[in-house]
Write a protein that binds this ligand. Structure first.
Ligand SMILES: [Mn+2]
Length: 342
């Protein structure tokens, strides 16, 4: 049992009144787990709002019950999110990039593309630095987007410290588009950038994939063993034929090396769980399938070295649903990662 970072009078069953994520009172310095918020959405393809994800998940997280039958007391060592006010620079870069990349602008203009690429690089550097300093401080780090482009710096920081690690990638999309709409660092290219620029990443296993271009499917196939795709339609067909999801999950996990980074695009879920996300697609993982996948990862003895949750977007009138699912998903990922440490 890990030593508690919490004050002795802390009551995990009481309604949270501290300002911290999941209602926890600990500072990042005191906490075992640090969440890095990256409110960035430069290159939106459809719906917007993921830059509001971190604030919305923070608010919703206070409703999550801390005790978890499956993972025990993930809160015990402390979980803290870095101050959102310190991420305001990222929000400003995001707004500036959207002004250059957004509707009514011509993305073909090279100076606009260069401007957006430069703002994305600043965000990459910022994210990498925040994640790296917390990893070096011995923290387990989870990054909270923002769109999927925020994962690059986080994966890079982890890969530098865990060479040979694998990435488990849950998403409706391959994210293998070369320079989507001309933008080098687009959310739709993030896994392509990981494969191309981070040789320390041994392989990527993708699940939930159901909306992609022919070029992306070819790119995935051409990557050989470095990219293992578990197409949503194939997984669902096997389940319809009577195969248990647990067996499929074991198969997905089996190809990964011993250290695993988890990148979770919320649109990998059934979109009834994330209607606000930028590019919802029918199909996808059910809630309990996600938990089964996390269980399979832990059961296999692999170590979850860190992760990110991206593309959570609150909507007007959703009564907090998008952020509520996001907060619970983040808590499940953190709990599984803590369980997997040995
Ligand atoms: Mn994605």
């Amino acid at each position: 049992m890990s030593q508690s970072a919490l004050p002795s009078d802390f009551d995990p069953g009481a309604a949270a009144d501290s300002g911290g994520i999941f209602g926890l009172p600990t500072t990042p310095e005191e906490s075992r787990v640090v969440v890095v918020p990256v409110p960035f959405e430069a290159t939106v393809s459809y719906g917007d709002g993921t830059a509001n994800g971190p604030a919305a998940v923070l608010a919703a997280s206070r409703q999550v019950d801390l005790f978890d039958r499956r993972t025990g007391r993930p809160y015990e060592g402390g979980i803290a999110m870095l101050d959102l006010a310190d991420a305001q620079c990222v929000r400003d870069w995001s707004d500036a990039a959207r002004a250059s990349a957004g509707p009514g602008t011509d993305p073909a203009l090279p100076e606009r593309r260069a401007r957006v690429d430069e703002l994305c690089e600043r965000m990459n550097d910022w994210t990498l630095a925040r994640v790296a300093e917390n990893l070096d401080g011995g923290k387990l780090v989870f990054t909270l987007g923002g769109d999927h482009s925020v994962a690059f710096g986080a994966v890079a920081a982890h890969a530098a410290r865990h060479p040979g690690m694998g990435v488990l990638h849950v998403d409706a999309h391959h994210d293998l588009r070369p320079a989507y709409e001309g933008f080098l660092w687009s959310h739709a290219s993030v896994i392509g950038n990981v494969l191309e620029r981070l040789p320390q990443v041994a392989c990527v296993a993708q699940i939930g994939i159901r909306d992609f271009s022919e070029e992306e499917a070819l790119r995935a196939a051409d990557a050989g063993d470095r990219v293992r795709v578990h197409y949503d339609a194939d997984v669902k067909a096997r389940q319809c034929d009577g195969e248990p999801f647990a067996r499929i999950a074991d198969e997905i996990v089996d190809v990964l090396p011993s250290d695993v980074y988890l990148t979770f695009d919320v649109d990998g879920l059934d979109p009834t769980l994330c209607p606000g996300t930028g590019t919802p697609v029918p199909g996808g993982l059910a809630w309990h399938e996600v938990l089964a996948l996390l269980r399979a990862l832990v059961r296999s003895g692999r170590r979850i070295v860190g992760g990110d949750l991206v593309e959570v977007a609150p909507q007007d009138g959703d009564r907090g649903w998008n952020a509520n699912v996001g907060a619970r998903l983040l808590y499940a990922m953190i709990g599984s990662a803590l369980r997997s440490q040995h």
